[in-house]
Design a protein around this ligand. Structure first.
Ligand code: FMN
Ligand code: SF4
Ligand code: FES
Length: 617
């Protein structure tokens, strides 16, 4: 593509949108009023302007939200204001699924066609849209619809996300979406979305992490405090940072974001780093298909995440924290923004928190539709204003993370566990679960279960017990398979339901708990379509930085398509051998977890479920 940002001027509306976010240009002595060189490939400005590169993604999001897309004129103006070379800014803007560099109508309905929604009516919804509106991308008088990967609303499938650009942008998660509602929303009519409670068993019994969800008003600090809120922070401050870390280490808490790293060890490593400042990131990107637990926590109990972040920051000596929030979670954004402002107003964030002389504040950064940005080092690049590509490790984030400084990255669920650890003490916490998997875990149950939602279970409960809590497979149908751990996880058979859900048992069985995904597929599901959707997701979400993943995910999808269509190159066995070779190559030589697990679900479907075994014999 030939970029002509130098020639393209922003419209008045685009210029106003950028200035509204970045402020009017000020005098050039502080670096404002940057100049582009004559061929437009480089821009020059002072330190102050260059230091603002981290505003690149929010500035792009701001224009996208107000104008509906990012024209060359708008991109050129942003790159000029932030002194980012135009090609560099283009690289960032083109990285994210929710940013459009092509004209789009102001109203866009993103319709999930991912695995869970396919099981719960997405195909019928899409058929209805095709008939009523036209094919994906049709401009129907100021609105259009587009297919989307998982929107993190799998408990309420089929899901869609309505985004309306304009002076007062509007976003609405529509889940569940009925055919008529989708068409009505595209016509600009008001729709009312009625969803089941996200925690179906909310009696509070035995739950630590979600006990306040749907019980307290998430917008009320008073409610939060009335139910034990901020007791744990007070206890942490009474103990002091080192003892807090000791409690977390004694609790045996392992990260819930997928990698299962011991949280106390991570905190200690950051606390001991002499370089300053330290940063804290709450990873709420949650883009693994089938995952929605962090959304439920953030929407239902935002202060718990804020309090837990404050404790983590206190223990590791961080003055500044970020919540990296999935771009497709508008309600969580609204609730969190309000909660952060209220916490600040009441002295729970900001300077001298609870008169302890400890200062800490939180900033929200929104993702923009990139699964890879949940990888911890990709988050750093995303926040810093670069393409969200993972960095090679070492150096590890605890030494050199965000802006090159020691950084704690923790999943939202991991952090909320710390409240319970401080409430009961690390040793007592460790009495729940098993020796190597302590505490409780949030599981996201979706697909063919009677009561989808978030279920909290002590580690060690079996897969069968968990499915039974969700009412099992509805309508008397038989269970065919379960996807455990998400798209980066694997399938297990219906005769493996006695598997205890612990890190060690699941690993021993050759599976993974990943981000707590449990998708049930009944006997009617065509699992070939499901693995094809997962393969397409991996290909689409690969950041393209390293060859094994960039090329491997494409070749994997192609070989799978040939197998499904019956038009194999050579025998079925040859194609399966090729898939196996690709899986080994991606696993062993990709830079990050995406490439390393891009074949996991497909490999497990072939080896564990015997997909394609009929063709082989
Ligand atoms: C492709 C990819 C996507 C990821 N997405 C997330 C995510 O959305 N949320 C998350 O907490 N961790 C995610 N992770 C794991 C993070 O890299 C990191 O391990 C985690 O945030 C650390 O927090 P924890 O120790 O509390 O689990 C992802 C990893 C990979 C490879
Ligand atoms: S493994 Fe894939 S997603 Fe990860 S860095 Fe390589 S290309 Fe990017
Ligand atoms: S919201 Fe559709 S699969 Fe998750």
């Amino acid at each position: 593509m030939d970029l002509r940002l130098l020639l393209a001027a922003p419209t008045e509306a685009e210029r106003a949108a950028v200035d509204a976010f970045l402020g009017e240009m000020t005098a050039s002595h502080n670096g404002a009023g940057p100049a582009r060189d004559v061929d437009g490939r480089a821009v020059h400005g002072g330190h102050d302007v260059r230091d603002q590169r981290h505003l690149l993604l929010p500035a792009l999001e701001h224009v996208q939200a107000r104008i509906g897309w990012i024209s060359e004129g708008a991109l050129g103006y942003i790159s000029e204001r932030l002194t980012v070379p135009p090609a560099d800014a283009y690289g960032v803007a083109s990285f994210y699924g929710l940013l459009s560099l092509e004209p789009l109508p102001p109203r866009v309905l993103h319709v999930c066609d991912d695995i869970v929604c396919q099981c719960r009516g997405a195909n019928e919804l899409i058929d209805a849209l095709e008939q009523e509106i036209g094919p994906e991308g049709t401009d129907a008088g100021g609105s259009t619809w587009l297919r989307s990967p998982c929107l993190g609303q799998c408990d309420r499938a089929p899901a869609a996300l309505l985004i309306e650009a304009g002076a007062c942008p509007r976003e609405l998660a529509m889940a569940p979406t009925r055919d008529g509602d989708a068409v009505a929303a595209l016509r600009g009519e008001q729709v009312k979305v009625v969803a089941e409670p996200p925690v179906p068993e909310q009696d509070g019994a035995g739950s630590w992490l979600v006990r306040r969800v749907s019980v307290v008003d998430p917008r009320s600090l008073h409610d939060y405090r009335a139910r034990g809120g901020y007791d744990s922070l007070r206890r942490a401050m009474a103990l002091g940072p080192q003892k807090v870390i000791r409690e977390v280490k004694e609790s045996g808490l392992m990260g819930r974001g997928g990698a299962a790293f011991p949280t106390g060890v991570k905190w200690e490593a950051v606390a001991q780093q002499p370089a300053q400042p330290h940063y804290l990131i709450c990873n709420a990107d949650e883009s693994e298909p089938g995952t929605f637990k962090d959304r439920v926590l953030l929407e239902g109990d935002p202060y718990s995440v804020i309090e837990a972040m404050t404790i983590a920051a206190y223990a590791t000596n961080c003055a500044h924290g970020y919540i990296y929030l999935r771009g497709e979670y508008p309600l969580a954004l609204e609730i969190l923004e309000e909660a952060i402002a209220t916490a600040r107003l009441h002295g729970y964030l900001g300077e001298d928190i609870l008169r302890s002389r400890f200062s800490f504040d939180i900033e929200i950064r929104r993702g923009a539709g990139a699964y890879i940005c949940g990888e911890e080092t990709a988050i750093f690049n995303s926040i810093e204003g670069f393409r969200g590509e993972p960095r090679s490790k070492p150096p590890f984030p605890v030494e050199r993370g965000l802006f090159g400084m020691p950084t704690v990255v923790n999943n939202a669920e991991t952090l909320v566990n710390v409240l319970e650890i401080l409430r009961v003490g690390g040793r007592e916490f460790a009495r729940t679960g098993t020796e190597k998997s302590t505490g409780t875990r949030l599981f996201c149950l979706s697909g063919h279960v009677a009561r989808p939602g978030v279920y909290e279970a002590p580690f060690g409960q079996t897969l069968g017990e968990l499915l039974a809590r969700a009412g099992g497979v509805p309508d008397g149908r038989a269970l065919q398979a379960v996807l455990l751990g998400g798209a980066a996880g694997g399938f297990v058979r219906a005769d493996e339901l006695d598997m205890p859900l612990t890190f060690e048992d699941v690993r021993a069985a050759g599976a993974t708990l990943g981000s707590g995904v449990v998708v049930a597929f009944d006997e009617t599901v065509d699992l070939r379509r499901m693995v094809q959707r997962i393969a397409a997701f991996m290909r689409d979400e690969s950041c393209g930085q390293c060859t094994p993943c960039r090329v491997g995910t494409v070749r994997q999808e192609e070989a799978l398509a040939r197998l499904v269509s019956g038009q194999t190159r050579g025998s079925v066995g040859d194609e399966l051998a090729l898939l196996d070779e690709l899986a080994v190559c991606m696993r062993d030589s990709s830079i990050c977890g995406l490439g390393q697990t891009a074949a996991s679900a497909l490999s497990s479907a072939i080896s564990r479920l015997g997909l394609f075994k009929e063709e082989v014999s």
